[in-house]
Ligand binder design. Sequence first.
Ligand SMILES: [Zn+2]
Length: 120
Amino acid sequence: MERIISEIKNTADKVAKKSGELVELSKAKLNIANIKTDISSSYKILGEMIYIAQRDETEVNPEKLEEIISKIDALYERLAEFNEIANGLMNKKLCPECNKTTDSDALFCSVCGYHFSDTE
Ligand SMILES: [Zn+2]
């Protein structure tokens, strides 16, 4: 009886851990979606700046240009961070060669055949 109860508890713990991971994963995915939206709107702003400058035959304000470009850079960095979190939660890893995800315990990339143990 003791044993059964402890097994039930173990299973419950696993389920709780699993659902906690699912919450984390959906949070990471939501962040990824939001960041992608931010990147798109930043590109839109950048495009408009260039369009207006070209149309009015003026120069794009270099400070504003720098600002939007560093914003896009920062967004890509955050995107990479959240992608890594999401991949970890899904037991996936990123191939450094082709940037596709593959199972975290795989020795070779399923897309390009990259040999993971070379780096690990
Ligand atoms: Zn690959």
